[in-house]
Design a binder for this molecule. Structure first.
Ligand code: GLV
Ligand code: MN
Ligand code: MN
Length: 434
């Protein structure tokens, strides 16, 4: 068996084993392995073994330094755009019709190693592979690291690509605040990026002919079909809603049950309602983050704030699910004397990836084998989805045998990662080379 990047099943990935010399491929495969090993310790928590690479923090800065070194080490033109996204250019960006690949390096709290970094590392490795093949480029090529894709710190996903595409206004971005009360402009400035520079970047987008993001699959479709690599079809519409249940703080030992206005009760009932509504509709709904005030063991809470993430195959279903959850929450709140406020913090409509580009990827990947490449939908959000309204975008997925993601146990086998690098190299060669 080929050495693995990390071990599945045990719950926590281990450091990578060396790849046996006879299995090392020239170009992309071997450079993938050394880059992966370099990046693996950055931002990894020693206890959870998960990643905490949050936007504009020290771990993020280390990831960004790594990206710049990869770009400069390959003689690529390095730049940071007005929104803090990093770019590595081969060829002249001003020539236009560029082919761009890449992903993100930030993580969710205690995230896995692959969600995001697999796409960035594979992009550099694919370029190495193309150079090893002696490919001649007829279009500019760029590798990008989009900032703050997960939204773990400021609550909004895909901030870098949303700003660039004009889906997030400067005023909205300037109001984003983390759990410690630090605003996005303050965090950017502390990390050395000018927050007054942010905003839409249509000139940059106009220079891009195609964006292809490679990503670890966040489900088991490829494992079930027995394929290493697939192509994306669509992303479910999804959003985040904040539910504030306000009651009355009081003593946990002396307040009679009938006298309480405990917001935890209506919150708990709402969590169950979310599960019920999602099940009924064939959708998903998750309360994965909660804040409690005053957050004392012996105090009835005054506030329970829960964040709902919900996703469905189509807009109407999602509206039904979230509407049903909110209606139930209001009924429970009223029954317990609780004030409820519901705020939609973000929303991403359904994304249907560019059909022509998707079919082109399928043709390129099936060219040598004659095999049909699986085409998959996903419930996960991506920068490629945000950009799909502005430029032709496509995605490649790499098999994830457990399907686990947003967890330290996220996993992909080395063979599959290298197959992903080769697929991406084939795609970039097909799109950008003579
Ligand atoms: C990002 O990974 C998301 O789907 O929330
Ligand atoms: Mn993610
Ligand atoms: Mn991702």
């Amino acid at each position: 068996m080929e050495a693995e990047l990390s071990s599945p099943g045990a719950g926590v990935p281990t450091l990578p084993q060396p790849v046996r010399g006879d299995r090392v491929r020239p170009g992309g495969g071997s450079s993938f392995h050394s880059m992966w090993r370099e990046l693996l310790p950055v931002g990894r928590h020693p206890d959870s073994r998960g990643y905490r690479r949050f936007a504009w923090t020290g771990a993020d800065a280390e990831c960004r330094d790594w990206f710049r070194e990869q770009a400069e080490g390959r003689g690529l033109g390095y730049e940071v755009d007005r929104n803090g996204n990093q770019w590595a250019w081969l060829g002249d960006p001003a020539a236009g019709n560029a082919v761009v690949t890449g992903s993100h390096l930030d993580s969710v709290p205690d995230g896995g190693a692959f969600d995001g970094p697999l796409g960035v590392v594979s992009s550099f490795a694919a370029l190495d592979e193309l150079r090893a093949r002696g490919a001649g480029f007829t279009r500019p090529l760029a590798i990008v690291n989009f900032g703050d894709e997960e939204g773990a710190r400021f609550g909004l996903a895909c901030v870098g690509s949303r700003l660039t595409a004009g889906h997030l206004t400067v005023e909205q971005a300037h109001r984003l605040t983390d759990g410690d009360g630090i605003t996005l402009p303050q965090a950017m400035a502390a990390a050395g990026h000018d927050p007054d520079a942010i905003g839409p970047d249509p000139e940059r987008l106009a220079r891009i002919g195609a964006f292809v993001e490679l990503h670890v699959e966040q489900g088991r479709a490829l494992d079930l079909s027995g394929d290493q690599v697939g192509v994306a079809s669509a992303i479910w519409p999804h959003g985040r809603w904040r539910f504030d249940f306000r009651g009355e703080a009081n003593h946990a030992g002396t307040t009679r049950l009938v006298d309480r206005r405990d917001p935890m009760l209506s919150y708990a009932e709402t969590v169950l309602a979310a599960r019920r509504e999602a099940e009924l509709a064939g959708a998903v709904a998750t309360f994965g983050k909660i804040a409690v005030e005053p957050n004392g063991v012996n105090a009835i809470p005054s506030l329970v704030r829960g964040w709902l993430d919900s996703r469905a195959a189509d807009q109407a279903t999602l509206d039904t699910v979230v509407g049903g959850i909110e209606k139930a929450a209001r009924e429970y709140a009223e029954a317990h004397g609780i004030d409820l406020a519901v705020v939609r913090e973000s929303f991403t409509p359904v994304v249907e990836f560019d059909h022509a580009l998707r079919d082109e990827l399928g043709r390129i990947l099936g060219r040598d084998t004659g095999l049909t490449v699986p085409v998959l939908g996903t419930g996960a959000g991506h920068d490629a989805g945000i950009l799909s309204g502005s430029i032709p975008t496509a995605m490649l997925f790499v098999r994830n045998p457990t399907g686990v993601s947003h967890s330290p146990a996220e996993f992909a086998a080395e063979d599959d990662c290298v197959a992903g690098v080769e697929a991406l190299a084939d795609v970039l060669e097909g799109l950008a080379c003579a």
